[in-house]
Design a protein around this ligand. Structure first.
Ligand code: GDP
Ligand code: MN
Length: 368
C-alpha cells in the first residue's frame, strides 16, 4: 500500500527527520487560509500516490494566498497520471538549496534484503541517473536480522561522496530512515530530493509504501490519516455520541447538553467556521469510522458556513451510511434552502439545540 506524502512526512517528523512546514488543504479556501497563516511562499503539491508528480505538473509554486488558491483549483481540475487530486499539501518553499540528494531504501525481493540507495545527484532526474550514470548511485544491501549501526550508515554517506562536514548528518539521516523502514514494515521509503541548505538537511519529498500483509499491525497509520485535516480540531473521547459543530464554543455547548441529558460524547470535532461542503463531508466520514459511535449529533449555526452546504454534505454521507442515525440542529445562513434539502432526503432536523441534544440521547438508548 502506497502512503501519501503528507502521512509519510508526519512519520518522518515524528522520527526526527527534518521536513518543511506543511499543511493539508482540501479546498482552495483552505489553501489560501493556510498560506496566509504561514506568511511565506509555498509549494502546492498534489497528494496523489503516483510518483513523478513534478514532471506531470503536480507540483506548483505560489507566492500569495490568492495564488495558492488558484494553484489548488488548477490541481484539483486535473489528473496526475490518471489519478484525481483531492488533497493538496501547502508546503513552505525550501529556500537557498545548495544541493539535492537522493536516498531510498527498498525491499529487494530477490535478495530478500533491504537495499539502500544513495546519490548526490537527486532531484527530478534520478531515473535518468539510474539509467545512464548508474555509477553515481551507491547501493548497499543490509542484513535484515542484524542491527544496522550508525557507523554503517556513515560509511554509505562517505561512499556517496558526501563532503566530510556533512557525513555525520547524512549518515544519521540514513540511519533514521532505515529505522522507519523497519518499524513500519515498509517496502519502500524514499527522500527525493533531500535538500541541503545552509540550515542543514531537509526532506522536501517523502514516499513510502507499507507491506500489505503488515498493515493490520499499523493502526497508527489510520490514526495519522484521521488527523490529516489540519483545519479541524478533533479530540477522540470515550462516549458514544459523535459531537460535531462549526465552531469550538458551539461544539462544547453541544457536548455539555449531551452530558446533561445523560449520555457521553465520542468526539469533540470543531469543523471550523466557514466550513465547506467538503470539510463537513470529511468530518462526518471521520466520525463514522469510529466503531464506538452510535449516534451523530451535528450542531450547526450558519454564519459563514451555509446551511445548504451542510445539508448537501449530510445527504451525501448519510445516504451511504444507513447504520448510524444522525441528529441535526440546523439554523442560520440559507437555513430554508438547507432544510428543504434535508426534507427532500427524508432526514429530520431541529432548529433548537436543546431539543436536538435530547433527541440524540434518546436515540442513543435505542441503538444497540
Ligand atoms: P515528485 O516529482 O513526485 O517526486 O515530487 P517532489 O516533491 O520531489 O517535487 C518535484 C520537484 O520539485 C523536486 O525535485 C524539486 O526540484 C522541486 N521542489 C519540490 N519542493 C520544493 C521546495 O520546497 N523548494 C524548491 N525550491 N523546489 C521544490
Ligand atoms: Mn520526489
Amino acid at each position: 500500500m502506497n502512503i501519501h506524502e503528507y502521512i509519510a512526512k508526519k512519520i518522518f517528523k515524528k522520527s526526527g527527520i527534518n521536513v518543511p512546514e506543511s499543511h493539508v488543504a482540501e479546498t482552495p479556501y483552505q489553501a489560501a487560509f493556510l498560506t496566509e497563516k504561514m506568511g511565506k511562499p509555498v509549494v502546492v503539491k498534489a497528494q496523489v500516490l503516483t510518483g513523478g508528480r513534478g514532471k506531470s505538473g503536480g507540483i506548483l509554486f505560489a507566492d500569495t494566498p490568492e495564488e495558492a488558491a488558484e494553484k489548488t483549483i488548477e490541481l484539483q481540475n486535473k489528473r496526475i497520471k490518471g489519478e484525481k487530486v483531492e488533497k493538496v499539501l501547502i508546503e513552505e518553499k525550501v529556500q537557498n538549496k545548495e544541493a539535492e540528494l537522493y536516498l531510498s531504501i527498498i525491499l529487494d525481493r530477490n535478495a530478500k534484503k533491504p537495499l539502500i540507495l544513495g546519490s548526490l545527484s537527486g532531484g527530478m532526474d534520478i531515473e535518468e541517473v539510474a539509467k545512464n550514470k548508474s555509477q553515481e548511485i551507491v547501493k548497499t544491501y543490509i542484513e535484515p536480522l542484524e542491527e544496522f549501526m550508525p557507523y554503517q550508515a556513515r560509511n554509505i554517506a562517505l561512499e556517496m561522496g558526501v563532503d566530510t562536514k556533512n557525513i555525520s548528518a547524512v549518515g544519521m539521516l540514513i540511519w533514521k530512515l532505515y529505522n522507519i523502514f523497519q518499524d513500519y514494515d515498509a517496502t519502500v521509503v524514499e527522500i527525493n530530493p533531500l535538500m541541503k541548505t545552509k540550515n542543514g538537511l531537509i526532506a522536501a519529498d517523502a514516499k513510502m509504501a507499507v507491506d500489505d500483509d503488515a498493515i493490520f499491525k499499523h493502526n497508527k497509520l489510520s490514526e495519522l490519516e484521521e488527523i490529516d485535516n489540519e483545519t479541524f480540531s478533533y479530540v477522540k473521547l470515550d462516549g458514544t455520541i459523535a459531537v460535531l459543530g462549526n465552531g469550538a464554543g458551539l461544539t462544547l455547548t453541544a457536548m455539555d447538553l449531551i452530558n446533561y441529558y445523560g449520555a457521553k460524547p465520542a468526539t469533540f470535532l470543531d469543523i471550523g467556521g466557514g466550513s465547506s461542503e467538503e470539510s463537513i463531508t470529511s468530518a462526518l466520514k471521520l466520525v463514522l469510522k469510529n466503531p464506538n459511535v452510535k449516534v451523530v449529533f451535528l450542531n450547526v449555526l450558519g454564519g459563514i458556513t451555509k446551511a445548504d452546504d451542510v445539508a448537501t454534505a449530510v445527504v451525501k454521507v448519510m445516504g451511504q451510511n444507513k447504520t448510524k442515525p444522525i441528529v441535526i440542529r440546523l439554523t442560520g445562513t440559507n437555513e430554508e434552502e438547507g432544510q428543504k434539502i434535508l426534507d427532500e432526503a427524508g432526514i429530520p432536523y431541529e432548529t433548537s439545540m436543546e431539543l436536538a441534544a435530547k433527541k440524540a440521547v434518546e436515540l442513543e438508548k435505542t441503538v444497540s
